[in-house]
Design a protein around this ligand. Sequence first.
Ligand code: SDX
Length: 431
Amino acid sequence: MAHSTRTASLTIDGKTYELPIHSPTAGPDVIDITKLYAQAGVFTHDPGFTSTSACDSQITFIDGDKGELMHRGYPIDQLAEKSHYLEVCYLLLYGELPSAAELEKFETTITRHTMIHEQMHNFFRGFRRDAHPMATMVGVVGAMSAFYHDSTDTNDAHQREIASHRLIAKMPTIAAMAYKYSIGQPFVYPRNDLDYASNFLRMCFAVPAEDYVVDPILARAMDRIFTLHADHEQNASTSTVRLASSSGANPFACIAAGIACLWGPAHGGANQACLEMLKEIGSVDRIPEFIARAKDKNDPFRLMGFGHRVYKNFDPRATVMKKSADEVLDLLGVENNPLLQIAKELERIAVQDDYFIEKKLFPNVDFYSGIILEAMGFPTAMFTPIFAVSRTVGWISQWKEQLADPAMKIGRPRQLYMGETLRDYVEIENR
Ligand code: SDX
């Protein structure tokens, strides 16, 4: 971090404290309060971290007002159009676009790590068949620390590298196995002659009874969905991974924690919740009823796939996803998909509604993704696991960045205590 000369003055009970201001390469300045408690004996208070920077980072930047997202400086729409997921993984992990030789070496490394330890297959059988695949993924990914002891030491750079490759490579295999287990079909092993997205599709949809040829249209759509979900600054699940890692927890435990956090419907679970909402709406003439519910303070209903803590404009990923939905459904010959019609009409009405305009609520990444995934043949329960597969590289990149920061300390927030002050124990006969 550049040495700061500017300061912010904070006066409390007549005493003034000078707090350093740090300027970023992009985005708002930050006021450094690291020494505030030691100097002034007060905490700052920001429960949802709406105004709090938790770390330095060089990986991803979001301009919420402009609706812009860039990874290592490259805008998401260019990466979605011109790059592919494993190249974006390399960019997020190492900071630069790879040369042809670097990319080939990286892709070969990932491909060679796609199988999981054969004994891990037993883990799946401990779950009920109707377990949500996210529950299975939390369990199996956490259990990886019990199998891959040679890549759990976070102080060893080589072990960090192996763990990174293993997690990126094995997540599609684990997600596909969770899906196959849930539908009572045999696991399908990865193949080294397929690219990342094609391998995942084949592991999900192939059956031993016949050959499975990956549809290049689906493979391209799958790869683009992976690219669009790869990383997103310090979102809830990434912050969970960083906090878990700050205690020195092993990488598999940290990623399992990230998967658990992503599952929530306010976060990665929104893609499943959004498709279920579109099905509940059922037809365009019921849209006003649901818009009214979303605006009703007494109704907990929210438009799933709408709104964002950072974007106060269109989520650029939603824009790419909407275009991709049209293309994929067209190419799949899905004429006038009713859910896509409902989603487009819902978007059209909502973005013109004063409530949504005033609160700056726009479609986010989860609004259109489910429509594509369902058209590709995935059940809604697989939507968030697919998000988790993609986001693993973001979690891992942020995890590596934090471990490389010499200033890293265990994360340990304080609180505004509003409970009882000191009082003596009362014997039960006196209560
Ligand atoms: C992801 O952080 C990330 O980067 C996440 C993510 C990533 O890539 O990692 O982008 C992925 O999680 C996308 C978001 C997916 N979630 C949803 O689509 C669920 C629906 N959206 C909301 O729950 C909400 O918009 C959040 C959780 C996304 C953001 O919540 P905030 O920033 O805490 O905003 P808020 O709850 O304070 O809402 C501000 C106002 C409130 O009204 P008031 O109290 O000011 O009167 O807007 C309202 C909210 O009631 N509001 C909505 C709404 N979202 C916010 N009203 C109706 N429908 C909605 N979807």
